[in-house]
Design a protein around this ligand. Structure first.
Ligand SMILES: [Mn+2]
Length: 291
């Protein structure tokens, strides 16, 4: 198994200087660094920049993965055909960009939009049907680019389409593509699943990506999630993908607002302190998972 971390841990905005974070992440003991696709719209807008980023990752022995929360205008399950068209165009533009960086995983609530606006109309059944239909089409591009789309199971406050692994399993089975699979996140699972290890076993070979975080989104080892049982379940399914920490511990900025971090979850979150916690957390999960 490979261990990773999502760079927004260190920042208040989704986009950051990835050339700075790649060597840091390596030095702290990780194999994988996850980037936000928002960066491809803002900072890394040319293919040359992506090739350069890939080179920096290669030079440091780091594998890149990608995460994204589509905007309301990139919503694959919208009832508005113009929005679906924009969403399809966006993903069909994005996936070849990820291929340039040899990114094999794009995870998130890709079947809908994020952050959830609960004031908008919800029609889960119709939206699920449209998401399945549109993902079947998009999966062809994903297969061509060899980027697997991780359908992230989100808690009830962030999404209503897929809240449990069982719902995600039914969903990906309906899509029926080798490149549309289940993505779990221990933080979301701690709210929705009866038994986290059972959920991981249910995902089984369909688990393509995993986010790690405590019940309050601190780094693994600082809260009360059942890491021993989670590790056992990952060993039971012979999980070969990446386990990427996605801690959010600082208030402020776009991230603080969208993730709803209203207080600092670590005392005095200096870069030095964040580095120390990340290093300790990857040592902790490597030890507890034992794979
Ligand atoms: Mn996540």
């Amino acid at each position: 198994m490979k261990y990773g971390i999502y760079t927004p841990y260190w920042t208040h905005e989704w986009t950051s200087d990835y050339e700075y974070y790649i060597p840091k992440v390596k030095k702290l003991g990780f194999d994988v660094m996850e980037i936000s696709c928002a960066a491809l719209l803002q900072k890394y807008t040319t293919d040359d920049q992506l090739r350069e980023l890939k080179k920096v990752a290669d030079d440091n022995g780091i594998i890149l993965t990608a995460g994204y929360g589509p905007t309301k205008e990139q919503n694959l399950c919208s009832e508005d055909p113009d929005i679906v068209k924009k969403a399809m165009e966006f993903f069909q533009w994005l996936l070849p960009k990820l291929q340039i960086m040899d990114i094999k995983i794009l995870g998130g609530g890709l079947y809908s939009y994020w952050p959830l606006d609960p004031t908008l109309k919800m029609d889960r059944e119709a939206e699920i049907d449209r998401a399945i239909k549109n993902l079947r089409i998009l999966s062809k591009t994903a297969e061509d680019c060899d980027v697997t789309l991780g359908m992230e199971v989100l808690n009830r406050y962030e999404g209503y389409m897929l809240n449990t692994c069982a719902q995600a399993k039914e969903f990906i089975d309906a899509v029926g593509s080798s490149h549309v699979k289940i993505m779990l996140d221990t933080f979301h699972m701690s709210i929705e699943e009866d038994n986290m290890a059972a959920a991981i076993r249910l995902a089984g070979k369909d688990l393509c990506h995993l986010h790690l975080g405590e019940q309050n989104r601190r780094v693994p080892g600082k809260g009360w999630l059942p890491w021993v049982e989670i590790g056992q379940a990952l060993r039971d399914i012979n999980y070969q993908g990446a386990a990427v920490m996605e801690p959010f511990v600082m208030k402020g900025g776009t991230i603080g607002s969208e993730i709803k971090v209203w207080r600092d979850l670590v005392e005095d979150p200096t870069e030095e302190k964040l580095d120390k916690d990340a290093k300790g957390a990857v040592e902790f999960v490597r030890h507890v998972f034992g794979i």
